[in-house]
Design a binder for this molecule. Structure first.
Ligand SMILES: C[S@@+](CC[C@H](N)C(=O)[O-])C[C@H]1O[C@@H](n2cnc3c(N)ncnc32)[C@H](O)[C@@H]1O
Length: 319
């Protein structure tokens, strides 16, 4: 808990847990219809509805939710009967308090166990879970290998990972050329509806855990898990531009225009920044290899980082 990044992230999420200030791009009804359609083919079928259909009747005795925040996902999963019990953890004490209160109010408190925990020092029970959920949390993880290795060990054979995530550029990858297409679009929005003169390189600068290694999530997951299903749902333009628009002054068609702009960007080969992934643990020697890889790779990274630092002490070296 002495890691300054973790402390600042917890402070940020404690404030958000107590009084949310961020309106998510996903909350807009037109955007929601676009997301739902991208995932399920229908504007009315939400991701979890799609997942329930995909499961064809499969249900889970015990799940774990990694980075539960104030707990909307777990309450939904219990209400739907998808999981009988869920253990959930998060680094923000205030969010955990809110999650516990809401679970009590909604009569599901006996089925969800909330605890404080750090993604980068995970302590999941071995072989205990049928399914692990990541809902907009894996992009806050610094030690992806350690967490995925822990999840691999914690899942039962044939268990599942359900991940709904930002998988776009990591925070240190943003450069002027990467954000140029977003800026070109943003600059065409009427000045009075723009909250900033120029789009900044990074959303949520006050949260140092934002997008720490987001662009590695899928490749790291693949080492230990077989991907059974992947549904990309954009966010490439929308998630970057949305927070910087004054929606009370925006022209009526702006959301639809951004959605169309995003589709065009995706057609021209830009990657999706958000996806849902369903995966299952690898078995046998592949699993053993993954565990070794998850253990060794961060150490090699560290060595490479130390060498680069020594060779050019004045340069900022990405770890
Ligand atoms: C975008 S929120 C998602 C919350 C929830 N899953 C949801 O969808 O509403 C990210 C969450 O990650 C948590 N978080 C960030 N860094 C963390 C860390 N190192 N350990 C534990 N939780 C962390 C924050 O407290 C926050 O609740």
């Amino acid at each position: 808990m002495s890691d300054p990044t973790h402390i600042a992230a917890v402070q940020f999420w404690d404030r958000e847990g107590a009084a949310p200030t961020h309106v998510s791009w996903m909350a807009d009804p037109a955007v929601r219809a676009y997301i739902n359609r991208s995932i399920s083919g229908s504007p009315h079928t939400w991701p979890i509805d799609w997942f329930v259909e995909w499961l064809r009747g499969r249900r889970f005795e015990r799940g774990v939710s990694i980075g539960c925040g104030t707990g909307p996902l777990e309450r939904d999963l219990i209400r739907r009967g998808l999981c009988r019990r869920i253990d959930a953890f998060d680094g923000s004490p205030r969010s955990i308090e809110v999650a516990r209160d809401l679970a009590r109010q909604e009569g599901v408190a006996d089925r969800v166990t909330y605890a404080l925990g750090d993604f980068n020092d995970p302590k999941l029970e071995r072989g205990a879970y049928d399914i692990a959920f990541f809902h907009q949390s894996a992009h806050h993880v610094a030690k992806l290998e350690k967490l995925f290795s822990n999840v691999l060990r914690a899942l039962k054979p044939n268990g599942l990972v359900y991940l709904d995530e930002y998988i776009g550029p990591s925070r240190f990858d943003w450069k002027d050329d990467l954000i140029a297409p977003h800026r070109r679009f943003f600059d065409r929005i009427p000045r009075e509806a723009r909250l900033v003169e120029q789009l900044p390189l990074m959303n949520e600068p006050e949260d140092p855990s934002e997008a720490l290694r987001s662009n590695e999530i899928i490749s790291q997951l693949r080492h230990g898990f077989t991907i059974l299903e992947r549904r990309d749902y954009g966010g490439t333009l929308l998630s970057v531009i949305f927070p910087y628009v004054d929606w009370s002054r925006a022209p009526a068609m702006l959301v639809d225009n951004i959605i169309e702009g995003e589709k065009e960007l995706l057609r021209s080969g830009h990657p999706h920044y958000h996806a849902i992934v369903v995966a299952t643990p690898k078995e046998g020697w592949q699993r053993l290899y993954a565990r070794i890889r998850y253990f060794v790779a961060p150490k090699l990274r560290r060595i490479r980082w130390e060498i680069a630092k020594r060779l050019s002490p004045n340069r900022t070296v990405k770890f």
